[in-house]
Design a protein around this ligand. Structure first.
Ligand SMILES: Cc1cc2nc3c(=O)[nH]c(=O)nc-3n(C[C@H](O)[C@H](O)[C@H](O)COP(=O)(O)OP(=O)(O)OC[C@H]3O[C@@H](n4cnc5c(N)ncnc54)[C@H](O)[C@@H]3O)c2cc1C
Length: 397
């Protein structure tokens, strides 16, 4: 056995969360780490991310994680020595009359964990987004420090930094199964027939997690569903518009680097279950119609707008739309999956929590209790839900 076949920590999956874990471990001085990525770093669903950065979560631990993420994104040049694509445009969220109370309570809870956020009046939002019809909104939340990032570039920065500290990142290296003895995970078997042994194995395989762990009798409650994204040429120069989360017609739009806008649907009532290895990688006709309808309604003045491109990705969705970042249920195993379409903004904190779990089994940040993200919460019926749900848009917030 060559020395490279044994490590303190083996991370399966070189997506954003796997390489964030490698980076965070290396910051704690643990670089005897191997990452096995079957394809290329960030080439999974990370490459499909809309990259929206906001701390607007009613679940306090998530708001705190997003704050930790934001601080890393803001200091990216200093931390990674490179631009990771973070653009601080600001983030505005608009709600209808039924959700004003939830918005206010959520903003107060966010401020309590250090989020810089406040209400913004409609005139101010109109100044920022002059093309928007704001009539149906009753209140807005605002985060000056929000914006959007580039998940792929961020993953490359985590990976490069971890590599520089001595972490080995093996691309083109698929894990076929874990090596389990009794209830203990000892390592993983690779597609070429070789093995890697480790004291701790972190499984961060996103939408591919459930089948990998099912082989070992671990039933991970993650459903995979397709999410479509449409790029739009607004036909005019919109200027420096912020990210806009519209919780009335359930859509989000954000500027993109070339003056386009990126459109996503946030109506999650009906999910399209998908095979992550075989799904339609473009918007279908119904989604194009929905885009035209929603964008046309919210931005009626953009009469010259035109769709320029579309693509699709998959979310790894848990029953409460929040991730599993947890030790167990097998010994020496850490699961970090089920990010349910919002794992970009929190990725630096996810890496930190994984490193905490590996090193001493618990979170080092009292705002982010590890119990919130435990695997066992589903079986216990103790789901991680916001105390301030938005009518019609309860998930991911
Ligand atoms: C369309 C879309 C829009 C999104 N928008 C946002 C957003 O605006 N804001 C936000 O915060 N989040 C957003 N997200 C979510 C965020 O991008 C993801 O949660 C995050 O990128 C997932 O990272 P991951 O590492 O868990 O998964 P992935 O990036 O999919 O990485 C998993 C990796 O595991 C590898 N792998 C799988 N099986 C094996 C195996 N057996 N052996 C070795 N390697 C394996 C895969 O090749 C893959 O590279 C969005 C996601 C999508 C799809």
């Amino acid at each position: 056995m060559s020395p490279a076949d044994r490590a303190s920590v083996l991370i399966v999956g070189g997506g954003l969360e796997g390489v964030a874990a490698a980076w965070a471990l290396s910051l704690r001085g643990i670089s005897d780490v191997i990452v096995c990525e079957r394809d290329t770093v960030g080439g999974g669903m990370t490459g499909k991310s809309s990259g929206i950065v906001r701390c607007h979560y009613g679940v306090s631990s998530l708001a705190a994680m997003a704050t930790v993420g934001l601080e890393v994104f803001e200091k990216a040049e200093e931390i990674f020595g490179t631009d990771i694509g973070f653009r601080q445009t600001g983030y505005v969220v608009g709600v209808g009359p039924a959700n004003v109370d939830s918005l206010r309570k959520s903003l107060a809870a966010q401020r309590a964990v250090g989020v810089q956020t406040e209400e913004m009046d409609a005139d101010e939002v109109a100044r920022l987004w002059p093309a928007a019809d704001l009539e149906p909104f009753a209140a807005f939340g605002w985060e000056e420090r929000g914006g959007y990032g580039d998940a792929y570039q961020t993953a490359q920065a985590f990976a490069a930094s971890a590599r520089a500290a001595g972490v080995k990142i093996r691309q083109g290296t698929a894990v076929t199964e874990l090596i389990v003895e009794g209830d203990r995970v000892l390592g993983a078997r690779l597609a070429d027939g070789s093995s890697v042994f480790a004291d701790t194995v972190v499984v961060a395989t996103g939408v591919w997690t459930a089948p990998l762990l099912a082989q070992h009798g671990v039933d991970v409650p993650i459903r995979v569903h397709r999410e479509q994204i449409v790029m739009i040429d607004p036909g005019v120069d919109l200027g420096a518009v912020p990210v806009f989360s519209d919780l009335v017609s359930l859509q989000y739009v954000r500027p993109d680097v070339r003056g386009e806008i990126l459109f996503g649907n946030s109506d999650l009532a009906e999910l399209e279950i998908a095979d992550p290895d075989n799904y339609l990688n473009r918007a279908d006709e119904a989604f194009v119609d929905l885009t035209v309808d929603k964008v046309g309604t919210r931005f009626p003045d953009l009469t010259e707008a035109a769709i320029t491109a579309s693509y699709a990705g998959c979310y790894d969705v848990t029953p409460d739309w929040n991730p599993i970042i947890s030790r167990g249920p097998l010994e020496n195993l850490v699961i970090a999956a089920g990010f349910s379409g919002h794992g970009f903004k929190i990725s630096p904190a996810v890496g930190g929590l994984i490193a905490d779990l590996v090193v001493d089994g618990r979170s080092s940040d009292p705002r982010i209790p590890e119990t919130d993200f435990r695997f066992g919460r589903f079986a216990d019926g103790d789901l991680l839900k916001t105390p301030y749900p938005y009518v019609g848009a309860g998930e991911m917030r």
